[in-house]
Design a protein around this ligand. Structure first.
Ligand code: APR
Length: 173
């Protein structure tokens, strides 16, 4: 099964890469961003600072890669999700770009297994049902064109995201 969803804390997942729902500063924050930096340790922030020094900030939809520090995975792929502003500001396309660009970067770095959180559905207030549909569709489309990826796991922290993501996966089959 190349695509599945589980409920849990992404910082404990041993996939080659885990994806972080970061902000444009790449200097950490709350939510999953805070959890990854807390558990991964200072190495991750050091590499983020080097990236920001070069490219000033990380734009919405873009993905960058760093070490995973103390985390069980090899890499952390940081991507900046869109803040929900009612939906007329290309939020859906920007969210799809987060998944696409994170997967492309994972493939470039020979990652065979990748875990995603529910990007933008916390602080950034993206409607969870719409976000789950975009996530599953975008990843499904990517996997159909890239057989290098062996497994993608949607790691849902809260019950609602888990239920919605499971529904999207079941409706897709
Ligand atoms: N493992 C997996 N998922 C988690 C974890 C965790 N340890 N902690 C939180 N989540 C989930 C939340 O429940 C939510 O479903 O991650 C999803 C994304 O929520 P946020 O972390 O708030 O991210 P987002 O909505 O994209 O907002 C990003 O929040 O933390 C700041 O620095 C971050 O400014 C950025 C903004």
């Amino acid at each position: 099964m190349k695509l599945k969803t589980v409920q849990g804390d992404i910082t404990s997942f041993k996939t080659d890469a885990i994806v972080n729902a970061a902000n444009s500063s790449l200097l950490g924050g709350g939510g999953v961003d805070g959890a990854i930096h807390r558990s991964g340790g200072p190495e991750i922030l050091e590499e983020c600072k080097k990236i920001v020094a070069k490219q000033v900030s990380c734009k919405t939809g873009v993905a960058v890669i760093t070490t995973a520090g103390e985390l069980p995975s090899k890499y952390v792929i940081h991507t900046v999700g869109p803040v929900w502003n009612g939906g007329d500001n290309k939020e859906s396309q920007k969210l799809a770009n987060c998944y696409k660009n994170s997967l492309a970067l994972a493939v470039e770095n020979n990652c065979k297994t990748i875990s995603f959180p529910n990007i933008s559905t916390g602080v950034y207030r993206f409607p969870k049902e719409k976000a789950a549909n975009i996530a599953v569709k975008t990843v499904t489309d990517f996997l159909s064109a890239h057989n290098q990826v062996q497994e993608v796991i949607f790691v849902c922290f809260d019950d609602e995201n888990f239920r919605l993501t499971k529904n999207e996966l079941e409706n897709r089959d």
